[in-house]
Write a protein that binds this ligand. Structure first.
Ligand code: HEC
Length: 116
């Protein structure tokens, strides 16, 4: 019985560890050049509505851990295709950016979002 309870305890402990917060975003000073450029794109195009490095809703959901979570806030798969479509076509109160966002900027922005 004692061994069994110990076993249960271990299962619970491992379970809790599994629920630990996602790894933290890469520190700004460790970003590679293109990621760093993506960070500046984020600040000019997304930062008014989204937090990138902490939880909490601004106008839209926080994007911290975006690709580390199982799904986007809407439940859609967290893929580049889906995030690109959201940026280009908009979603709910999020405005469509269409081709007002330069393809290179978009690429670097996605690279930055992957570091969150
Ligand atoms: C004017 C405010 C605004 C701006 C600017 C904005 N967003 Fe959003 N965003 C929102 C809102 C509001 C939502 C929630 C939409 C909904 O689900 O109804 C959202 C949702 C999202 C989602 C979640 C989509 C999903 O399927 O759950 C992603 C990812 C996202 N935004 C990324 C970005 C990125 C990257 C940028 C910059 C290029 C950006 N947003 C710029 C307001 C904004």
């Amino acid at each position: 019985m004692r061994v069994f309870l110990f076993g249960l305890g271990m299962v619970a402990a491992v379970g809790l560890m599994g629920c630990e917060a996602n790894p933290k975003p890469t520190p700004i000073n460790e970003l590679k050049p293109r990621e760093l450029h993506g960070y500046t794109v984020f600040q000019s195009r997304c930062g008014v509505c989204h937090y990138d490095r902490k939880d909490g809703t601004r106008h839209g959901p926080a994007l911290v851990g975006l690709y580390k979570k199982r799904a986007l806030p809407s439940g859609a798969a967290a893929t580049d295709e889906r995030v690109t479509a959201t940026i280009q076509h908009g979603r709910g109160m999020m405005p469509a950016m269409g081709d007002t966002i330069d393809p290179q900027d978009l690429d670097d922005l996605l690279m930055y979002l992957h570091t969150l």
